[in-house]
Design a protein around this ligand. Structure first.
Ligand SMILES: [Zn+2]
Ligand SMILES: [Zn+2]
Length: 248
């Protein structure tokens, strides 16, 4: 309990520090540090052009395809094993500098990356179906939340909530702590995630958007989407900053 309180106090102090800093300092590009022009939002044009954008992505699972897919055509994986979600967007490959930014944000509390990553997410959100009516950050188990002090997916939802007006759902929890997925293949991840999520209250939404920082194999999103559909949600889509192009 003491540890949770200590984390919260540190979070509050960090938030206050950031608020003061952002009111005094000019807005800088989070990747290179140069001052942003008025029309640039947290990322300068030079850095934005150099980001590892995924050009040919499957519209259903966001997986990079080796060649452009014809409009409306899904990748071979989706045709063989259709995911329980209708659309997914993850505009960047999980490569430098996007991976470094996400790791700094997630593991070293560098929350100043959030507005920049949020702005990049907003652009990708515009390509998703227009009937989405709620945001669901992938839930963290409470124990990991206490150690980290925040849920990175929820932080990413905040700028989206502001720009879209959509609510952030609180109805789903991670009821079982799952070990880190790194190094596991898709089948092991699936087993690892079984019964990881639980719906605690009614979900008042027909089309829920799952939001996460990185999609690795997509197994977490599949598991969570199945839980949502089982709870009565009609449709699920997925949005993340980045997609791993190989298993992490
Ligand atoms: Zn820059
Ligand atoms: Zn696909």
């Amino acid at each position: 309990m003491l540890r949770v309180q200590a984390v919260n106090v540190r979070q509050l102090l960090e938030q206050a520090g950031r608020a003061i800093e952002s009111s005094l300092m000019p807005r800088r590009c989070v990747f290179c540090g140069v001052d942003c022009e008025d029309d640039e939002r947290f990322v300068c044009t030079g850095c934005a052009d150099d980001l590892p954008r995924i050009e040919n992505a499957c519209p259903r699972c966001a997986q990079p395809a080796s060649a452009p897919l014809r409009s409306g055509v899904e990748c071979a994986d989706c045709q063989i094993r259709p995911p329980p979600f209708v659309a997914a967007r993850a505009p960047f490959a999980y490569e430098f500098p996007v991976d470094a930014a996400i790791k700094a944000f997630k593991f070293r509390h560098k929350l100043f990356y959030v507005p920049a990553l949020g702005a990049l997410l907003e652009n990708a959100f515009a390509e998703l179906p227009h009937d989405i009516d709620a945001l669901l950050p992938v839930p963290l188990h409470w124990r990991r939340h206490a150690v980290r002090g925040f849920n990175q997916a929820r932080e990413l939802c905040k700028p989206l909530r502001k720009s879209t007006g959509l609510p952030i759902l609180e109805a789903v929890v991670r009821s079982r702590p799952t070990p880190y997925q790194s190094g596991l293949n898709a089948k092991q991840r699936r087993r690892n995630l079984r019964r990881a999520f639980e719906v605690r209250s009614a979900i008042d939404a027909a089309h829920v958007l799952i939001v996460d920082d990185v999609i690795t194999t997509g197994e977490t999103c599949r598991e969570l989407a199945n839980v949502l559909l089982h709870a009565g949600v009609d449709k699920v889509s997925v949005l993340a900053v980045a997609r791993a192009t190989r298993i992490l």
